[in-house]
Design a protein around this ligand. Structure first.
Ligand SMILES: Cc1cc2nc3c(=O)[nH]c(=O)nc-3n(C[C@H](O)[C@H](O)[C@H](O)COP(=O)(O)O)c2cc1C
Length: 186
């Protein structure tokens, strides 16, 4: 697939079939993510792949509860209270795979580095015929003691990008974009 086709065609997907994503494909997505640039080539990323449906369900419940009680000040998208109170709302949209891009230890550029890796991963997923979506609503929970324990992350780790991946049930509509503000200083 042409790069521009992937950039223009990728969408946040929120409706998945229960079909699993095979391990070889997941490894290909992670290989693409690991080709991202990183500051001083530190490559701080660690990829935690969660395929256990029971664990994903438990994390969804826990992340919603966390957001209800301790919404981060401006750090994450603010969900409506009704979404968080809705027992049927699954924070991971029942996707079969969650890949959490994290860094094992603090360093000045881990957010930038892991975010670049996450974008590569989402574009590679689209090129492989899969859907993906960054789940910012789960980010704060992933960095709690409970969240790190669920993910098997060390206390020193920082979870940056929780990305769900799976087979879309239907194509997602395009979301509008503002024309980019460009300032030419000739
Ligand atoms: C940092 C970040 C956090 C996001 N968090 C969520 C989320 O918690 N839940 C969700 O459904 N979508 C989430 N999204 C997806 C955005 O809503 C989506 O990318 C945006 O609406 C543009 O749509 P598009 O990706 O289809 O172009 C997130 C995206 C980013 C980049």
């Amino acid at each position: 697939m042409e790069l521009t086709d992937a950039i223009t065609g990728r969408r946040a997907v929120r409706d998945y079939s229960p079909a699993p994503v095979d391990e070889a494909t997941i490894r290909r997505l992670i290989a693409a993510a690991a080709l991202a640039p990183s500051a001083v080539n530190e490559q701080p990323w660690v990829f935690t792949v969660v395929r256990n449906r029971g664990l994903l369900d438990r994390m969804s419940v826990a992340a919603k509860a966390h957001m209800r009680t301790r919404p981060p000040a401006g750090a994450s998208p603010q969900p409506s209270r009704s979404m968080l109170d809705d027992a049927t709302f699954h924070i991971f949209y029942h996707a079969p795979v969650l890949i959490v891009v994290s860094a094992a230890s603090p360093s000045p550029w881990i957010v930038e580095d892991c975010t670049l890796a996450a974008e590569n991963l989402m574009l590679a997923a689209y090129a492989a015929g899969l859907g993906s979506c960054w789940i910012g609503l789960a980010q704060s929970y992933c960095n709690t003691e409970d969240g790190k324990a669920a993910l098997g992350l060390a206390a020193t780790a920082t979870a940056v990008a929780p990305i769900i991946v799976g087979h879309p049930n239907a194509p997602s509509p395009a979301t509008p974009r503002h024309p980019p503000e460009i300032r030419w200083l000739d």
